[in-house]
Design a protein around this ligand. Structure first.
Ligand SMILES: C[S@@+](CC[C@H](N)C(=O)[O-])C[C@H]1O[C@@H](n2cnc3c(N)ncnc32)[C@H](O)[C@@H]1O
Length: 275
């Protein structure tokens, strides 16, 4: 098996941290996500993953976040298989293989061109699946996607690296193009941005969080077609009780303080054209 030497910096390098987090979860005795592809990929990628100095809390958090977004995505796909999936900032994530949607689903994995070039070398083709190499903020890429179906938009570990204006343009562009759909992503609060120096893997990657979301209803004010459906603090993710006791006790205390409870959240929105 050939190995792939990679060199990425800043927010692109963070995809190697999340990949490694999922691989470490898969290698554990009792995995949460069980992403065997991540485990295989870290064997094929020539990279010093040890530099992320990842602790158990981080790998568990990455696996829980991915599992929850998988569950929301599977719920959407289960209701209507004739949809288009836009998986933004996909990095080296195997979500399309984990969810294994029916071939009628059109699935687009989108990330920077050099990330997609590596993805092409690591992943096989599959029916209904395409990769697009572009910055998601250059919204002209949306014109390449057929527009008639509902869209499921998943962005995991992406938006905190973008500017607020770019995110607003992107979501408005999506709501303009597709008849209806859902947006699902994780976001951090202003306090989370301030605390980013404690996020060791992100610091090791040299990346910087820029976008903070305190009020989840902000998107509804950007565009009246968008409605908040679910706001789930990461401290409440199903499975946090699987963390070692050294994490569970501080988590219990942090849940009681609204500012800490809001630091990391998974969010789900619906959008549709007005009747
Ligand atoms: C933390 S990684 C997450 C990767 C993947 N979603 C996962 O969970 O493993 C952030 C990803 O966002 C991508 N990214 C950041 N800014 C981007 C942009 N403007 N356009 C496209 N991708 C971007 C990076 O290249 C990287 O793959």
């Amino acid at each position: 098996m050939s190995t792939e030497r990679v060199h990425f910096t800043k927010e692109k390098a963070t995809m190697l941290a999340t990949l490694y987090g999922r691989a470490r979860d898969s290698m554990s005795a009792d995995p949460i996500l069980g992403d065997r592809t991540a485990e295989e990929l870290i064997e094929r990628i020539d990279y010093d993953f040890g530099r992320f100095r990842m602790h158990r809390g981080w790998t568990t958090g990455v696996a829980l976040r991915a599992r929850q977004l998988d569950a929301w995505a599977a719920d959407f796909l289960g209701r209507d298989p004739a949809v288009t999936v836009l998986h933004l900032g996909c990095g080296l994530d195997s979500r399309v293989f984990r969810l294994d949607p029916p071939s009628g689903v059109r699935w687009y994995d989108v990330d920077y061109p050099d990330v997609i070039a590596v993805r092409h070398r690591l992943y096989p083709d599959r029916e209904g699946y395409r990769m697009i190499g572009t910055s998601v903020t250059d919204v002209r890429w949306l014109e390449r996607i057929p527009a008639e179906r509902p869209a499921l938009v998943v962005a995991e570990g992406l938006l905190m690296y973008l500017s607020e204006g770019d995110i607003e343009d992107l979501f408005r562009g999506i709501a303009d193009r597709f008849p209806s759909g859902q947006l699902m992503f994780d976001a951090i609060s202003r306090l989370g941005v301030r605390l980013q120096r404690f996020n060791r893997p992100v610091r090791a990657a040299g990346a910087t969080f820029t976008w903070a979301l305190d009020d989840a209803r902000l998107l509804e004010r950007w565009d009246r077609r968008i409605r908040l459906v679910t706001e789930l603090p990461v401290l409440d993710l199903p499975g946090v009780e699987r963390l070692p006791v050294g994490y569970r006790i501080p988590i219990r205390a942090m849940r009681l303080v609204p500012a800490f409870r809001r630091v990391g959240r998974l969010l789900r929105y619906e959008f549709s054209r007005p009747r």
